[in-house]
Design a protein around this ligand. Structure first.
Ligand SMILES: Nc1ncnc2c1ncn2[C@@H]1O[C@H](COP(=O)(O)OP(=O)(O)O)[C@@H](O)[C@H]1O
Ligand SMILES: [Mg+2]
Length: 328
């Protein structure tokens, strides 16, 4: 039995790709890694066994092209990596299933909750999960007494920290919200954690690995450390179990105030987080569970012993190719 894996919008996700490669070897399933991207000028495209250019996920040609790649390379598992492709892949899971392909994505409802920060907040509040206060900029302007600065402004459908700003007064709030489609939040106190959560096909949370953000570069964690911190872990587990039709790797961002112990979830991403390689280095095996699931074999047991105190120090690496190879 082989399990060919397609990493979608592969971009710079070479480390995640290597985790899938290692999982295929470890399980003895074997199989190739195919990377798709909108351009050949991507590192993971060249690190894969096969790279295929497909139309952007925002076009109607994306799904037919992906189905074609799956058929051509006998793919068993598709792994999405970027926010913008989640909803379209979630909506078309049945078409992939019809040709024997598992897409490692949650139900459209959970993808929608993660993609839209108004929906995220409403969902968190509805389920009694701790979060920050949040409102539409207009509401904040009208009830200025109820909102103490500094405040955080961010786009409703943002990602990679693009457009996230801290504002110190009403004037800055006006400037920051001028473009529209954004929300205002109170600043969450304390330290920021990202939790990699794995949910199985029956909606049961198998593992949650908290890692503390030590340093961020370009919206992505560049230094982090796994930490065994029970309240953070159990909150992420509860959240993963409540998300409707969640499946596979999720990424929950929250703050924890070390003095009061208060927690505040600020974001849910229904996909592998950019910093997942740290959880893997600490003993998590999410890619292995996905290839096992896609191959119809029982999932390997949970490693209760993922290691706390594992530090990730990221650095730049590069793939060198001919200009023609990069499509330039
Ligand atoms: N309410 C908040 N309080 C403190 N920091 C925040 C808050 N909201 C966002 N941030 C900071 O901004 C980063 C990006 O915000 P996030 O909600 O994750 O949006 P994105 O979808 O762009 O990743 C977070 O990782 C965090 O460091
Ligand atoms: Mg985020």
């Amino acid at each position: 039995m082989t399990c060919n894996v397609l990493l979608s919008s592969a971009g710079r996700r070479v480390a995640l790709m290597e985790s899938f490669r290692a999982a295929l070897a470890r399980t003895g399933l074997g199989g190739k890694i195919v990377a798709t991207d909108a351009s050949r000028a991507s590192a993971a495209f060249h690190a894969a066994d096969v790279g295929v250019v497909v139309p952007r996920c925002t076009t109607g040609k994306f799904i037919p092209a992906m189905l074609e790649v799956c058929a051509a390379y006998d793919i068993s598992l598709v792994v999405p990596t970027i926010d913008t492709e989640l909803s379209v892949l979630a909506a078309h899971r049945a078409a992939f299933a019809a040709i024997g392909v598992t897409v490692a994505v949650s139900d459209p409802e959970t993808v929608a909750i993660g993609a839209d920060k108004v929906l995220t907040h409403a969902w968190l509040v509805e389920h009694g999960l701790p979060t920050v206060r949040q409102a539409d900029p207009e509401v904040v302007r009208r009830a200025s007494d109820a909102w103490a600065y500094p405040l955080v402004v961010k786009p409703i459908r943002g990602s990679a920290s693009i457009g996230v700003v801290v504002v110190d007064d009403a004037l800055s709030l006006d400037v920051a919200t001028r473009a529209g489609d954004c929300i205002v939040q109170t600043v969450a106190p304390g330290e920021e954690y990202t939790v990699d959560v794995f949910v199985d096909a029956l909606g049961r949370v198998r593992e949650a690995v908290p890692r503390r953000r030590l340093e961020v570069r370009g919206g992505e964690v560049s230094k982090g450390m796994t930490e065994r911190i029970d309240d953070v872990e159990s909150l992420a587990r509860e959240l993963g179990g409540l998300l409707p039709g969640a499946f596979g790797a999720l990424n929950v961002q929250l703050f924890r105030d070390p003095t009061s112990g208060s927690l505040a979830v600020i974001e849910v991403n229904a996909r592998f987080g950019g910093g997942y390689p740290l959880a893997e280095a600490a003993g998590a095996i999410f890619p292995q569970w996905l290839v096992e699931h896609a191959s119809g074999v029982p999932l390997s047991p949970v490693s209760a012993a993922w290691r706390a105190g594992v530090v990730m120090l990221r650095y730049d690496d590069a793939v060198f190719v001919d200009a023609s190879g990069a499509g330039l």
